[in-house]
Design a protein around this ligand. Structure first.
Ligand code: MRU
Length: 327
């Protein structure tokens, strides 16, 4: 059964509310750019490529309702700071508007191109997954996080469809639990073998020789190949290096930000500490204790075995190879 995070209906957007999964499959009807901005901010939709796609449709709704293009751009862009695809998509939409192109057509193209990029990355990346591989992944990088299919999870999906027997270790991914709630849900629907683990189990599993390869997505990749991704990615990369396990990142070219020289310059989203202290409204820490929730971390290039893009695999990861692959 096809997993889709959103459908463009011609004048409004249908959005699967990812906060409700896996309990309920609840669809939201979004009718203007402010509603789309709120859905991105409150993470009803999440995952860098999916955010970019829905922002493009939000832009279409804002403009068709006569809102000022600058205001539409600002409202949609001031939602989540780290995902490069958000800004990339909005810049492309603004450019389309200014040059008189059909903006609805442009948004549809953004969605279609993301889907095609995912399929291509699936084909390229699945060659790195051997039959019988035990693959560890973090966060959710599947159809829910993209226009469909997925990046890192798309690679796993393709390997499975090619008949390779894979088993996926699914990091639960505290505090929003994208792994436990969303990745496990997608894998279950696809009939792909998997086991949900607590984030702090990964190192021990590696030490026991139970992880063959790690594959994750990305929210922004800099010119020198440093990768911002869900908090916890960096720890996995360090553990992978120590244990000699290949560590791959999978992301489309739209996630790269070549205007940024290194990871230190990536804006890292800080969300409310209350998201750490509560799970589904249930308090798990004293109300008055401070809590810190940095939503992303940055993994240096030297810890990454390769970056799978739709244009090829970047390996070793360095400035020259990033440039060669993307230009
Ligand atoms: O906070 P989220 O759920 O939007 O974070 C998502 C991730 O970190 C993903 O790994 C990344 O966006 C790649 S999704 C294909």
């Amino acid at each position: 059964m096809e997993v889709k995070a959103f459908y463009w209906m011609g004048d409004h957007l249908l959005l699967l509310d990812q906060r409700q999964l896996p309990e309920k499959e609840l669809w939201l009807e979004l009718r203007d750019h402010r509603e789309v901005a709120e859905a991105i901010r409150n993470m009803a939709v999440r995952g860098a490529p999916a955010i970019g796609c829905v922002a493009a449709y939000g832009f279409v709704m804002g403009i068709s309702k006569g809102s000022d293009p600058e205001e539409v751009y600002i409202t949609l862009s001031q939602t989540r700071p780290t995902a490069r695809n958000l800004f990339w998509a909005l810049d492309r939409m603004m450019e389309a508007l200014k040059t008189g192109r059909d903006i609805e057509e442009e948004a549809r193209k953004i969605e279609q191109e993301d889907l095609e990029a995912n399929r291509r990355m699936g084909d390229l990346g699945s060659k790195l997954i051997h039959d019988g591989a035990r693959v560890l992944t973090h966060c959710n990088t599947g159809a829910l996080a993209t226009a469909g299919w997925g990046t890192a999870l798309g690679v796993i999906r393709t390997a499975h469809l090619k008949g390779k027997k894979v088993h996926v270790w699914v990091d639960e991914t505290r505090p929003y639990l994208q792994g436990a709630r969303l990745t496990a849900w997608e894998l279950f629907k696809e009939g792909i073998m998997h086991t949900v683990i607590t984030d702090n189990s990964a190192g021990y599993l590696m030490s026991r020789g139970l992880v063959d390869v790690i594959i994750v997505g990305a929210d922004r990749i800099t010119a020198n190949g440093e990768v911002a991704n869900k908090i916890g990615t960096y720890s996995l990369a360090v553990l992978a290096k120590y244990h000699g396990i290949p560590f791959y990142v999978c992301a489309p070219s739209t996630t790269f930000d070549l205007s940024i020289a290194s990871g230190k310059e990536i804006p890292i989203e800080e969300r409310s500490g209350s998201e750490v202290k509560e799970i589904g409204g249930f308090k798990i820490a004293p109300e008055n204790s401070p809590a810190l929730y940095l939503s992303f971390d940055v993994t240096p290039a030297e810890l990454i075995t390769g970056i799978i893009t739709e244009r090829g695999i970047i390996s070793p990861v360095n400035k020259e190879n990033v440039k060669k692959c993307l230009s």
